[in-house]
Write a protein that binds this ligand. Structure first.
Ligand code: ZN
Ligand code: ZN
Length: 237
């Protein structure tokens, strides 16, 4: 976040990640255009929508895992991944104090291998399954790339005028729905891309059921914000 002594390698890594991801996206669009056929139009529309929903779900799943499981001392993911999510509850405005690269670098980094892998599909052939699968992953990658930016806009003091209508129609995370997550004990409405899935997932009690499943399968109990020491309650409560 802040400049350390000497060259900021982490910042360079974030900036490079964004550029690589944008290159993979641009190359993907070029390859889709190469094999374009009019029958691709409905496939593309459906794929964009599938990617939109999938990204919101993935954002919720990752957010829920980081808020409720593991700890800041967990190897590899602890300091880079768990800490920012936990600190975000203590200081929700922190996300508004970083620049574009710091906001979007990490999501770009994790998206690169996913989109890169799907580039093996034979897009130039124009086959419907390859086009459908790739454009869904391209859509998912784009929404995931935008997730932290959307999250940031839900926290800024002055939302840009042009963003407000996008929040209203759920093209990006709404302020009110995200406020529900930041309402103590911070254990609902985890989706942070568009937030469109939050009402549905809350209605079916999805995250509590997942916590029950995690306990049954992995014997892992969820961390809750009221339990700042070692003891955590049984899941499903
Ligand atoms: Zn959270
Ligand atoms: Zn937030």
């Amino acid at each position: 976040m802040n400049k350390q002594d000497g060259f900021d390698w982490h910042y360079l890594m974030e900036a490079t990640s964004i550029l690589i991801l944008w290159s993979l996206m641009g190359w993907g669009i070029y390859r889709l255009a190469e094999g374009y056929n009019t029958f691709h139009i409905p496939i593309l529309i459906i794929s964009v929508f599938v990617g939109y929903l999938a990204a919101d779900f993935v954002s919720g799943l990752v957010h829920w895992l980081a808020d409720r499981y593991f700890s800041p001392s967990t190897p590899v993911i602890g300091s880079t991944f768990i800490v920012p999510f936990r600190e975000h509850h203590a200081d929700p405005k922190d996300i508004t104090r970083v620049d574009f690269i710091q906001t979007n670098g990490h999501n770009s980094l994790v998206t690169i291998p996913v989109l890169g892998t799907f580039h093996i599909l034979p897009l130039e052939s124009g086959s419907w399954w390859a086009v459908g699968m790739f454009s869904a992953v391209l859509s998912l990658s784009t929404w995931i790339f935008l997730t932290n930016q959307f999250h940031k806009w839900a926290h800024v003091d002055e939302t840009p005028q042009w963003v407000k209508p996008l929040q209203k129609i759920r093209l990006c995370l709404g302020v009110e729905v995200h406020e529900l997550h930041h309402t103590y004990p911070n254990d609902t409405n985890y989706c942070i891309t568009s937030g469109v899935l939050n009402p549905l997932l809350e209605r079916v009690n999805f995250w509590r059921r997942m916590e029950w499943l995690m306990f049954k399968v992995f014997n892992m109990r969820p961390f809750h914000d009221e339990d700042l020491k070692d003891h955590v309650p049984l899941p499903g409560k």
